[in-house]
Design a protein around this ligand. Structure first.
Ligand code: LMR
Length: 442
């Protein structure tokens, strides 16, 4: 079914006051699009249910639905978002923060199905942060997107003030402060890795352009869709007006996996494991760093005195965890990936604990480790909790670590050559190392 054929919801337009929750009809938003943004693509279908912007500092706690008899919400409308409420009675939440806009691509997929409910319940931004969720899907997934939106409304999240669904990134990314780019095409049977890089690269080039055109100038972008490092590079290269520093490739899942394995081996609970870096690519060449990692504040090598296990078993277990999981589940990790996205976001919006750090795939320009510039490489970061981060300088290297880092760096440089046509780098030349694989390709 073509998305353009879908009927827009016809929720009642109600008188808006500063203390009322309201619904923006899709019809109204469509006419705004036509009037003010004529250069954009117009094929997207969008449903939007939202809180009156002037009322966003208050909660819909004192629920007194006022549904005008003449204009009962139609079934397509997102139930609670179509009603009006007296918000004035709610005194406790006057300190709520300004609404935050979060876009999620691949929003009808399994990862998003876990993540969206964490976001909407306040697990990432806290219990005083109202949120608008802008869900990006495809024509094929549009009905599923509506299902996701229905489940969100049925969850009665007080912090969830707006839900939009669309297949047009230019709509979904409008003014967003966060973009979580989860959707990507999986590698199909017989597809060359170069083909995967190209197909997904086209998607991320388009999304980069859309972010560049309409997102908040300080948007934070977390790329999850694989191959996430190079997808993030393509995205940032197509968004020149957004700081390259704001783009992340998700390697927090790998960090979490490494912490779990170290904890298991040491017989310690995993909250005692700190300073774990994943270096490089989210692929089987990634380097889980046990040289700088600590358990109970002690260097891992003092706690786990088995270098062979660290260099071989531990390293391979982390590198291949995604693939092993796919064999068990029959599909990619979803819940733990969603948890790690939430962790990655929390790491940017809360100060990093003293002496610790977290891993993220970030742009290498200006890095202090001598890693080639112009790629997205997972490195150790610290944040003051303002959404920004600094690379950690006080890390040590040995020959083993440097050799492994060089290998994953070479892989990312090869991936970059393969997508040169998508990043303004001229003609692409694909000479990927043969053993290059995503964790899930094992
Ligand atoms: C994972 O690490 O679990 C995934 O990236 C695996 C995959 O290729 O989907």
């Amino acid at each position: 079914m073509a998305v353009a054929e879908l009927t827009a919801p016809t929720c009642p337009k109600q008188g808006l006051s500063s203390a009322q929750l309201s619904y923006l009809s899709a019809r109204a938003s469509r006419s705004r699009r036509l009037s003010f943004r004529p250069l954009r693509r117009t094929h997207g279908s969008r449903i939007s249910c939202s809180v009156n912007q002037t009322a966003q500092a208050q909660a819909p706690a004192a629920v007194q639905p006022e549904v005008p008899k003449s204009s009962k919400p139609k079934p397509e409308c997102f139930g609670v978002f179509c009603l009006t409420y007296d918000l004035k009675a709610e005194e406790e939440t006057k300190s709520w923060k300004k609404l935050i806009n979060v876009a999620v691509s691949g929003a009808a997929g399994m990862i998003s199905n876990h993540l969206l409910f964490k976001l909407a319940s306040g697990q990432v931004f806290g219990p005083d942060q109202p949120i608008a969720l802008k869900l990006l899907g495809s024509e094929r997934s549009f009905q599923a997107l509506e299902g996701v939106a229905m489940e969100l409304e049925d969850s009665l999240f007080p912090l969830l003030r707006e839900v939009q669904i669309s297949i047009d990134p230019y709509e979904v990314f409008q003014d967003v402060e966060w973009a979580l780019l989860i959707g990507a095409k999986p590698r199909g049977p017989g597809m060359e890795r170069a083909g995967l890089l190209d197909i997904n690269g086209q998607i991320f080039a388009e999304q980069g352009k859309a972010l560049n055109a309409v997102a908040s100038r300080n948007v934070k972008v977390i790329v999850v869709g694989n191959p996430c490092n190079t997808n993030a590079l393509i995205c940032l290269k197509n968004a020149p007006n957004i700081p390259a520093k704001n783009f992340h490739a998700l390697t927090r899942l790998d960090e979490n996996r490494a912490k779990c394995q170290l904890a298991l081996k040491a017989g310690a609970f995993y909250d005692k494991v700190s300073n774990v870096t994943i270096w490089g690519n989210h692929s089987t060449t990634q380097v889980p760093d046990f040289l700088n990692a600590r358990i109970n504040g002690l260097p891992v090598k003092e706690v786990i005195t088995d270098p062979k296990w660290l260099e071989e078993e531990f390293t391979e277990k982390v590198q291949n965890r995604g693939g092993v999981l796919i064999k068990k589940w029959g599909r990619s990790s979803a819940a733990s990936t969603a948890v790690s996205i939430a962790d990655a976001m929390k790491s940017l919006v809360t100060p990093t604990p003293e002496g610790d750090w977290f891993s993220s795939g970030v742009y290498t320009d200006g890095n202090p480790y001598g890693i080639a510039e112009g790629i997205v490489f997972s490195m150790p970061c610290r944040s003051k909790g303002d959404g920004d981060y600094e690379l950690v300088k006080d890390v040590i290297f040995d020959d083993y670590l440097l050799k492994r880092i060089t290998k994953t760096e070479a892989e990312l440089l090869a991936e970059r050559r393969c997508v040169a046509h998508l990043i303004g780098g001229g003609v692409a030349f694909c000479d990927l190392p043969e053993d290059t694989m995503l964790p899930g390709e094992m």
